[in-house]
Design a protein around this ligand. Structure first.
Ligand code: ARG
Length: 463
């Protein structure tokens, strides 16, 4: 089959070589962006008097017909035409005849493919941000139901101090908020137009790049034509932001998996988000959480893949850069799927308040309260720490908790202890009193829920 660029060739490549070089099996996902980019380009060619209006109208009509077919999934792509750009150009010529060959005036596949990717990521990142916001909303709703639910707070995975379960959930809200901000910030760079950079050097035609950019809803154009066609930073940045987001989701998954175990029993995944074992009838596995934790691997892989592809490519375009696509598509699919599953998982999970509170009560996570109690009465904190440490040891030896020790024992350890220590030892009181800014005190958490809701209501969609 003759190539659209076949003029200087005397021989055609073998089919298996074509297959190796082709990107159409995957870049057909860019079909709508590719046609939209072409419509803007040809409109600009008309406006600048580079193509006669009659030709422009015929080409546009042809492209719109292809766009319609693309949306219905009716286009049939062929490896013989290598990639999405040449496939569409070929289809256009089949549709409207040789005038279709004028579309590529003042343009190269190099600025074309970059334009497609910018348009594609702008859409997908905006959709991903919607999903992030949705998950944040689910988190805030769950948090609001559990402001006064106690859970042990952990450090080193050892019970440390009791906290409000809402407070714990909201920690993830803020991680997602930073992710959201990072994606929003990246849109500044995604939404720049490389179109009109040509192969690398610009073009001799009197094009209007700003106008084409405006038609495509870009906020501006790349300043340098070489940079425009060889930049893949915006994709690397997308993969990096996605990696960070997935890392956050994975940490949460790890907790959900632990909490679902018989050792914790803090939560139970809804049947819709769990699976059974083919051999052990008693089992209910938090599969979806495990899978999301596992999927982080491919997203990191995609990031490192593209960083590695780019590290040795001289300016400007190199065919290596065709390798930017599959990792990007895969990341979009993985992150969007994970966010959706996550929201469903959190929304439907059963919280075992009794198990959480029992864990928060039956341990020594209230020991800091006692040390603070003495410190508040003037004992240097270090000494208070030592005194309470000894009391904890006494309890461990006796197999009891701090609240079980009689007052005499306390007063022997320090005469400053009075009967109100039992109130201080109550984990509910311990949490309630931690009202320093951003702390787990119930009043603070109530403020935090309101603040989080306000943040959500202020989010504006990037259009
Ligand atoms: N399929 C190519 C890619 O994905 C399009 C750009 C091709 N440009 C070229 N000069 N071969 O990168």
């Amino acid at each position: 089959m003759k190539k659209l660029w076949g003029g200087r060739f005397t021989k055609t490549a073998e089919e298996w070589v074509d297959e190796f070089g082709a990107s159409i099996p995957f870049d057909q996902q860019l079909v709508e962006e590719d046609i939209e980019g072409s419509i803007a380009h040809v409109t600009m060619l008309g406006k600048c008097g580079i193509l006669p209006n009659d030709d422009v109208e015929i080409i546009k009509t042809g492209l719109l017909a292809l766009l319609e077919k693309a949306k219905q999934g009716q286009l049939e792509f062929s490896v013989a035409y290598e990639d999405i750009h040449l496939n569409i150009e070929k289809m256009l010529m089949d549709e409207i005849g040789h005038v279709g060959g004028k579309l590529h005036t003042g343009r190269s596949r190099n600025d074309q493919v970059a334009t497609d990717m910018h348009l594609y990521l702008r859409k997908r990142v905006t959709e991903m941000m919607d999903l992030m916001k949705e998950l944040q909303k689910v988190l805030v709703e769950k948090a609001e139901q559990h402001i006064e639910t106690l859970i042990p707070g952990y450090t080193h995975l050892q019970r440390a101090q009791p906290v409000s379960f809402a407070h714990h959930l909201l920690a993830y809200f803020w991680m997602l908020e930073r992710d959201y901000e990072r994606f929003a910030e990246s849109l500044k760079r995604i939404n720049k137009s490389p179109l009109g950079a040509g192969a690398l050097a610009g073009t001799t035609f009197p094009i209007d790049r700003e106008y084409a950019a405006e038609l495509l809803g870009f906020d501006g154009i790349y300043e340098n034509s070489i940079d425009a066609v060889s930049d893949r930073d915006f994709i690397i940045e997308f993969l990096s932001n996605s990696s960070m987001l997935m890392m956050h989701l994975s940490r949460f998954c790890e907790e959900l998996i632990l909490w679902s175990s018989q050792e914790f029993r803090f939560v139970e995944m809804d049947d819709a988000f769990a699976t059974g074992s083919s051999i052990m009838p008693q089992k209910k596995n938090p599969d979806m959480a495990e899978l999301i934790r596992g999927k982080v691997g491919r997203v990191y892989g995609n990031l490192f893949g593209l960083l590695t592809v780019m590290k040795g490519t001289p300016l400007a375009y190199n065919k290596d850069m065709q390798e930017d696509k599959e990792g990007m598509f895969d990341t979009v699919k993985t992150v969007m799927g994970s966010l959706k599953i996550f929201a469903g998982m959190i929304e439907t999970m059963k919280v075992n308040v009794a198990a959480m509170e029992a864990a928060a009560k039956q341990d020594f996570s209230n020991a800091t309260e006692l040390a603070d109690y003495l410190a508040a009465k003037g004992v240097p904190f270090r000494e208070a720490h030592e005194i309470v440490g000894k009391l904890v040891l006494t309890c461990i030896e006796k197999g009891i908790f701090l609240a079980d020790l009689p007052l005499e024992v306390y007063q022997k350890a320090s005469p400053l202890f009075e009967s109100d220590i039992y109130e201080a030892l109550n984990p509910y009181t311990a949490v309630d009193r931690r009202n320093s800014a951003g702390g787990t005190g119930f009043a603070e958490v109530r403020k935090a829920v309101a603040n989080a809701k306000k943040r959500l209501s202020e989010k504006k969609r990037y259009e």
